[in-house]
Ligand binder design. Structure first.
Ligand SMILES: *Cc1c(COP(=O)(O)O)cnc(C)c1O
Ligand SMILES: [Zn+2]
Length: 425
């Protein structure tokens, strides 16, 4: 049983130990709590063969996840494709490029399905009947979908002005959806108060130590799918800054337990310029970020006061990586670039990540001859508003062959006139 590998919770600042409980802040120093594992025990228990013999989902790494029993929520989540991206690599001038594609994660098409599978399985173990979250969109989609399937009562709190796809992608499950005027940071503040008063399991508040562990499997899978080795460079979109820290943790714990030979991964953080507290801190050499008021179409990563911002800055610096941000027009170009080269439609966060990768390569921050992994964390069908003004609308004709023969001439001319993209670059 996975239970034997978890010692409890531990404060990241003062190191104080706590039992496994739905709490997330140290009572003494207010530092964040993290799950504490017995890595000696895990080292004795795991092997590549054992993992390879299991089902292809995130639970094949169960020794590294904080459940006491088998998962009751999200059994099919994870093990998304690691796509070798030769056409995009060529365009970016890279030798070896991969896309970790959580745009097709199960069941709600974003990496949040990983964290929710752990958070809700754990909430059921703790005996909660009601689950909730504060969301920038994808988390709400996943908590809603997985809560109804698990028979849990569910409340989702989101900024009222999110994209249609994100709102409908939550409401469709028939859960309670509360729109809050203003941005995510207000939603999160309110939810902290509600969590204290109502005693519900908030996936990303009182369940946060457990929730965050689910993100590690994104990193575990990359290592396994690369043939049991750490990637040299990983680019990660940042909202609260949790995923980026957990990819780092995943690589390190796979190394520590003997599953991979090295842990020499450089980690790069990506944000939209309109909400870039973490990238600004890295670029300016600050140890602490300065909270900002978000103003970007990259809603899913628009958190102005990131809960794990401090640790994200530290992780990036210690790994030898870097951070960058891109404007909204640049992120739209990023979405289009990925779509036309690799046939993958990602949401705004993925556009940010692709565009930041391009920028870091141009700056010489990422070398062109080493393996690079771009994290694609969400699906483009949820944020169609972002690209609506930027795509060619269909040519409309009558259902007559002659009409099409006329049109094909127009299409050929148009293609000829279009600047050949990146030809000879
Ligand atoms: C939530 C989210 C992120 C970032 O997650 P954090 O762990 O909060 O940094 C990245 N991409 C997408 C699509 C997301 O929904
Ligand atoms: Zn503490």
């Amino acid at each position: 049983m996975p239970a034997e590998y978890v010692k409890g919770l531990k404060c990241r600042e003062c190191g104080r130990h706590y039992e496994k409980k739905p709490i997330h802040v140290c009572e003494f120093c207010f530092g964040p709590l993290e799950v504490d594992y017995d890595y000696d025990k895990i080292t004795k228990a795991v092997s590549r063969e054992k993992i390879l013999s299991r089902d292809r989902n995130m639970w094949r790494y169960e020794e590294f996840l904080p459940l006491d029993t088998k998962p009751s929520v999200g059994r099919g989540t994870g093990f998304t494709p690691l796509v070798k991206a030769d056409r995009l690599a060529k365009e970016l001038g890279l030798k070896e490029l991969y896309l970790k594609n959580d745009a097709v994660n199960y069941p709600t098409l974003s990496f949040k399905d990983r964290v929710v599978s752990v958070a809700l399985s754990k909430a059921k173990e703790f005996g909660f009947k009601t689950v909730a979250c504060a969301t920038t969109g994808n988390l709400g989609n996943s908590v809603a979908a997985q809560a109804v399937r698990a028979g849990l009562e569910c409340y989702i709190f989101m900024p009222a002005n999110l994209e249609q796809g994100k709102i409908i992608g939550t409401s469709i499950y028939g859960v309670h959806v509360v729109g809050i005027s203003g941005n995510y940071d207000g939603v999160n503040r309110l939810c902290s108060e509600i969590a204290g008063k109502f005693g519900w399991a908030f996936a990303n508040i009182n369940m946060r130590p457990f929730y965050a562990e689910g993100s590690k499997t994104f990193g575990h899978e990359i290592c396994e799918q690369l043939g049991w080795k750490a990637p040299k460079h990983v680019i990660v979109p940042m909202a609260g800054g949790s995923l980026i820290c957990k990819i780092d943790k995943a690589v390190k714990e796979f190394h520590k337990t003997g599953l991979i030979p090295d842990a020499d991964t450089k980690i790069y953080g990506a944000q939209a310029t309109g909400c870039s507290p973490i990238t600004s801190a890295v670029k300016n050499g600050w140890e602490l970020f300065r909270p900002v008021k978000p103003d970007t179409i990259a809603r899913s990563i628009a958190i102005g006061n990131p809960a794990d911002g401090f640790y994200a800055i530290k992780t990036i610096k210690q790994s030898g990586g870097w951070a960058e941000d891109v404007t909204d027009p640049e992120l739209v170009e990023g979405i289009k670039l990925l779509a036309r080269t690799e046939g993958i439609f990602t949401e705004t966060a993925g556009g940010v990540t692709v565009a930041v990768t391009k920028k870091l390569i141009e700056q010489g921050r990422i070398p062109k001859d080493e393996s690079v992994v771009i994290s694609i964390t969400g699906n483009g069908l949820k944020t169609t508003e972002a690209v609506l003004p930027a795509v060619q609308r269909p040519d409309v004709i009558e259902a007559k062959l002659g009409e099409f023969e006329k049109l094909i001439g127009v299409i050929k001319e148009r293609d000829k006139a279009a600047v050949p993209v990146a030809a000879g670059q």
